[in-house]
Write a protein that binds this ligand. Sequence first.
Ligand code: C2E
Ligand code: MG
Ligand code: MG
Length: 877
Amino acid sequence: MTRFPPERIKPALWLLVALLVAVLAGATAWQVWSLRESAVRTSEETVERFVSGAEVALNHNMLSIDLLLSGAQDMLQLQPSADVQAESRMLAVVARGNLLVSRVAVVDAQGRVRASSEPSGALQEMSLPTAFLAGVVSSAAQRLYISTPVLSFATTQQVLYFARPLAGRDGQRLAAVAEVPLAKLANVLTQGHEVSGLEIVFEQNDGRRMLALPDLPEAGPIPALRNDVPLPDRAWNMPARISGKPALVVSRQLVYPNLRVSVSLPEDQALERWEYERNMVAAAALVFCAMVLVAAAVTVAGFDRMAQVRKDIADSKALLDQALESMVSGFVLLDAQQRVVHWNRRFIELFPWMRGVIAPGMSFRKVLEQSVVHHLPAGSDAERQQWIALRLAQQREGTGAHEQVLPDGHCIHVLERATPEGGWVITYHDVTDLRRANEEIEHLAFYDPLTGLPNRRLLLDRLGQALVLSQRSGKVGALLFLDLDHFKALNDTLGHEVGDELLQAVAQRLLANVRVADTVARLGGDEFVVMLSDLSTSTQEAAALAQRIGEKILRGLSEPYVLRGHVHQGAASIGATLFGSSAQSAIELLRQADIAMYQVKARRGNALCFFDPKMQTAINDRAQLEADLRQALITQQLVLHFQPQASLQGEVVGAECLLRWQHPQRGMVPPGQFIAVAEESDLILHIGQWVLHSACSQLARWQDQPQCAHLQLSVNVSARQFRQSDFVHQVIETLQVTGARAHLLTLELTESLVLDNVEDAIDKMHQLRTKGVRFSVDDFGTGYSSLAYLTRLPLHQLKIDQSFVRNLGVRPSDDVIVQTIIGMGRNLDLEVLAEGVETEAQKALLIAHGCDLYQGYLLARPMPVADFERMLNSGAA
Ligand code: C2E
Ligand code: MG
Ligand code: MG
């Protein structure tokens, strides 16, 4: 269709229409003309036929009248005498022979009737015009004369008189006259036909009219016939002989000179039928033309509409193409058979490997096969097939939207929608920036941009979670609110850039001083918060740990900073509060830590303070205790007490060394109050070493005393002490330095200590065992001892925990435990010692169960060495 654009078709169509109209007009004109010719011919033929008839009839009738009149002459000549009656009878006979004639008479020159054909025989007067009669009578020529129309007296009809001169017997000049009624002559002229529109005139050559049909009263004078211009036989455009209208006039000269018959057919009459036909043909032609024009107009309008529709389609397609090309999203249109129909420029930009590859009609699977290599560059064939299958399944299931991450990190959002035709519209939108922005926003929402630390919001969130977990686990945590001292001064003097650098450095040092699981957050300005979770089930211990970590942080922060060439000595104030022991909100906790921090600030900073006054007191006490203990080591306030251990038969075999602190103010402090404090710092190592050294020294001293030389000494070893890498060395060295015999030294380890690192424990115990040192498991039964590890340890003794001994004979289950331990010891060839024996009943049961040794208040309380020696001596005594 584009080869015949409407703008070329339209003129051609109009030309065709014009041609058609012209042809139609020509044909119509020709048809009208030929119809007119035919009408003219028909008229001519009709008129000529009519004239010929009239001519013949007139000639015939006039001749018969002429004969009749000339017969009257003869008849009068034959009449021997003048007998009017006879003549009249003869005339009547003659008159009867001619139907046209109403009366025949013979008149004299004066007009007197001499004889008449009237049956009555009356000689009625004739109304002959005098001049006519005179002309006839006086004429020498024997010919027929015809008068102009006259009103007959007898009949009161218009009549014509035909006359012939007649010579009477007496030589008298007479005339034979025949009276012809015009009505009868008219019949002859029309020959009985219905003559419509024809104008028939019987006239003389000089224009005098004898008979005119129709005898129109309004008819004007007929132009005289001119002798010099002969009337043509036939002529158009002549004035009609009666009405004067332009007409076809056919005129014939009759046999009697000077007479003629003229028939006129006015043109309007002649062409009346033709005009009707012409009008009909013209109307038909016009209607046809109109139809052709209307059809052409409709066709042109159709073309125009079609062109407009095509233009609209082209416009909208162009618009669509433009829209698709300017889309920020990639786009692929698939038909119902999953074949590519259309795609846009952006699609190629997003997937450049499809350039020159994608083509209309290509199956979507093929497109995926081309793409998968770029999506999974390192993928195996199987993985790629799986990717394609997954991708097609996603489309089948109409999951709608999903995202693809390209190997270069671009994130493409894929949206698939079914079209009403059963195909698919797939749009690809690059959302990389959006995703990055989202991550950025998320990060900004939860992290401090300067230090990268969690912000207040995230801290509160994590604190909320930690609170829930603490409630569940029963473990107490701590919140440290930290504010840098003199930060404002630094900011004001060295500028904000330096201030920012300091904050970043502080953040790094804080992170370095806490566990990974802890949270370090920046609230803003120079305020930081450290959240320590899961410190301990014991509030005291948790507080101590928090204190320790806080102090570590303070030490870390007080190291000098080098900021843009400036050396800055930092310090901070820390407010602390514990959480988990009671139900509190995160906000409340933060406020508590903040208040505590201000207390520190008020005391010139660079310290840590707890929010809870009691806690603070306890912490302070503990700190004081630690300081005092340190002092106690130096000033030798620590002493060893000895609690005897004996066989159940009563023989003292040795003693357990139990530490006592002779405090100048507090008096004798039991180990339960300070060992834990010592264990939190390296103080325990010094104390442990002091105890070991004291015990070995005692053993060495006893070697020279016969009652004591055999005595065993048990020394409690703390976990931290045992874990030291040179523990074995320390023990051996102590034995050597003091000169004590190794096999008299028993080291008491707890189950948990051994289980903490079994292999290390076994290794160290073996090393010492080879030297002769013995090992005992203290508080046996409270841990999770199993035979499996017991057999692997080079043990000498099991010490049944006093909690079981206390209930001997009271609680049957403890009886069973004690019996079991004793049985176990016997099986493993281990000595079993029951500690905390306070009653004879307990002792009796232990004897009954076959226990080896016992220790407890029943035998003796822990006592200074002098008392112990005295006890031995008295015992010996
Ligand atoms: P332990 O090793 O189990 O010591 C036994 C404790 O039970 C001692 O308490 C002792 O006085 C007490 N005791 C003895 N017989 C009875 C009795 O019949 N009834 C009752 N109720 N108690 C009895 P002590 O001396 O206060 O020591 C407590 C803990 O301190 C010891 O438990 C030990 O674990 C630790 N300890 C003591 N001295 C040292 C030491 O030099 N180094 C280390 N690392 N820890 C020590
Ligand atoms: Mg002990
Ligand atoms: Mg014990």
